[in-house]
Ligand binder design. Structure first.
Ligand code: GAR
Length: 183
């Protein structure tokens, strides 16, 4: 069975969905690695029987030093694919040149790269919004797009409803894309 490693930083709702849908069915989730010792996703992954590793970025003197530790941890599992699911660190070439990874981003790339993408898409007023999964490259949220799904917002949409629509698409799209890439 193919092996994946998942990187995350916070709630881990996408992490949980990936584990529930894929682990020991379509692939083995070898490890979930986080940069955030306080991430609520840690307990969620452990409860689902997945090993969690914490590499606290605040303990490193540079982005490159953190990325080197991250690369060592990922390579230790020799994964077929590494999946960034809510991993909120800017990565340097130390990582991007050495790890084959995909990233989930809550906008229709190339629109709204970077932080607060959901809020910025919402505030833009654009009718058609969506979610992207793309290859990780040296450019932030700039690698080749693998999959996108769109939705049309209603005229009275609130930020809360808009966020729910994005989350529902994310959960479905990321798991489906990982399955397809591993086939
Ligand atoms: C998701 O919305 C994901 O698209 C976003 O962080 C959230 C993580 O949620 N990622 C980015 O913005 C990456 N630039 P989760 O921890 O519940 O999966």
């Amino acid at each position: 069975m193919k092996r994946i490693v998942i990187l995350f930083s916070g709630e881990g709702s996408n992490l949980v969905r990936l584990i529930e849908e894929l682990h020991l069915k379509h692939c083995v989730v070898e490890s979930a690695i986080t940069n955030n010792p306080q991430a609520p996703g840690i307990a969620k992954a452990q409860a689902l029987g997945v090993r969690v590793e914490v590499i606290d970025h605040t303990l490193f003197e540079s982005r490159e030093a953190f990325d080197a530790a991250l690369v060592r941890a990922v390579h230790a599992h020799a994964p077929d694919l590494t999946v960034l699911a809510g991993f909120m660190r800017i990565l340097t070439p130390v990582f991007t040149l050495h790890v084959k990874a995909i990233n989930l981003h809550p906008s229709l790339l190339p629109k709204f790269k970077g932080a607060r993408a959901i809020e910025r898409s919402f505030e833009s007023g654009e009718r058609v919004c969506g979610v992207s999964v793309h290859w990780v490259s040296h450019e932030l949220d700039g690698g080749e797009v693998i999959a996108q799904e769109t939705f049309e917002r209603s005229a009275q949409e609130t930020l809360e409803g808009f966020t729910c629509s994005i989350r529902a698409i994310e959960h479905r799209l990321l798991a489906q894309t990982v399955k397809t890439l591993l086939q």
